[in-house]
Design a protein around this ligand. Structure first.
Ligand code: MG
Length: 399
């Protein structure tokens, strides 16, 4: 009797751990189980938490904002140390004045020393206040993602030009959905999401996409790429490298830039990422195996002679991801022993058995969850027995 009294007490204490986790990040045996395209359950407590990013601040016409905490800053107004001449890799000739960089006409394009692929890019630019020229001759520059895809920079404010050459067009490919420019002289804000084309064995698996916001107004909505961009020629799809520099165009106009930063984006499903799109069955099963192994390993840390329940539940949880036969056997054995102890306690100490109600019901609902998703058979012996026991105790009735 003494052992069971100790058991009951230990159980209550040990149950703090899973309960705390449940309160903070969700519960096991709750949402729909993993399937062949989703390695995690719905509301899965094992799914990694998003990384914490301290947001920056928005710019005002006078003042650039602060970038978010994980941004890689390419230009903060102080120097051009992150840039080089695109012609020869030499020192950039563009000017820096009052916290902005300015195209020195005829000195050539600038490119970053950094090379990067998929990104969120923030960049602000201003055309000269004094309007000179028209169409493509007025306030022209360009932002070349990976040095290949030009997001047009142009003073398109009351300035007619061909639609696929407007500000925020994917130059020569797709016009922007809206012309949301401010008047010349004022800073324009571009927020760009870029996903490069991906090829495998020479075959396209993702054409790549660009999303552009101009001053907060959507201009490109996940627009599919057709390869790189160019002047007069039709773009042609083709493989991209993994990384490339960001390039800014010298089109002969004294355009100004400020507050340039980017954030690297996580890998897409087609290149081994696990979020954003349903995964292939192969990738899903590989990930599920990995999650199951980690949970089984964690279950070992819950091993406790006096109270098997935390370890047992964790092992049962691992079965959601991988129906590992030795684990099924261990679950069967541990739950069998637990039931035997419960039955003895019920016979010997009717008072103490009441304290086991929540725990026993939790085990019962875990078994019924696993049976519902066909992870364990509906007639799995410990499941049937725990359900029977719960009924006998009258714990299945709403109190
Ligand atoms: Mg241009």
């Amino acid at each position: 009797m003494k052992i069971f009294s100790l058991l009951a007490t230990t159980c209550l204490i040990l149950f703090v751990a899973p309960a705390t986790r449940a309160a903070s990040s969700g519960s096991a045996f709750y949402g729909d189980a993993p399937d062949e395209h989703h390695p995690w359950a719905v509301h899965d407590p094992n799914r990694p938490q998003p990384k914490v990013v301290t947001p920056g601040t928005f710019s005002t016409p006078e003042q650039p904002g602060q970038p978010p905490s994980d941004a890689i800053v390419l230009f903060d107004g102080s120097d051009l140390s992150k840039w080089e001449s695109a012609k020869d890799g030499g020192s950039p000739k563009w000017l820096i004045k009052d916290g902005v960089m300015q195209v020195a006409p005829s000195s050539g394009d600038l490119r970053t020393k950094d090379k990067f692929g998929d990104c969120q890019l923030h960049i602000e630019w201003a055309a000269p206040k004094e309007v000179k020229g028209d169409s493509q001759g007025r306030g022209n520059s360009g932002i070349f993602l990976m040095g290949r895809v030009e997001i047009q920079v142009l003073d398109s404010y009351n300035n007619l030009t061909y639609a696929d050459g407007h500000a925020a067009s994917i130059y020569s490919v797709n016009p922007p959905m809206a012309n949301a420019l401010r008047p010349p002289g004022e800073f324009q804000v571009y927020d760009i999401v870029f996903r490069r084309p991906i090829y495998k064995d020479g075959q396209p698996v993702d054409p790549g996409h660009v999303t552009v916001f101009v001053n907060g107004v959507l201009a490109q909505d996940h627009t599919e790429l057709e390869g790189g961009t160019g002047h007069m020629g039709r773009a042609k799809p083709g493989p991209f490298p993994e990384k490339g520099p960001l390039q800014l165009q010298d089109h002969g106009n004294p355009m100004r830039f400020r507050n340039i930063w980017y954030r690297e984006l996580p890998a897409r499903a087609v290149e081994g990422g696990t979020d954003g799109q349903p995964l292939t069955t192969e990738a899903t099963m590989a990930k599920r195996k990995e999650i199951a192994a980690a949970i089984r390993q964690d279950a070992e840390t819950h091993a406790n002679g006096a109270n098997a329940m935390p370890q047992l539940l964790r092992l049962m949880e691992s079965l959601e991801y991988e129906k590992d036969e030795p684990t099924v056997q261990k679950v069967e054995q541990m739950s069998g022993q637990y039931l035997q102890a419960l039955k003895q306690l019920a016979q010997g100490s009717p008072d103490q058995i009441k304290a086991k109600k929540d725990e026993a019901k939790r085990l019962g609902s875990a078994f019924s969850f696993l049976a519902r998703f066909k992870i364990l058979p509906a007639d799995f012996a410990p499941k049937v027995e725990i359900e029977q026991f719960i009924k006998e105790q009258g714990w299945d009735k709403k109190s």
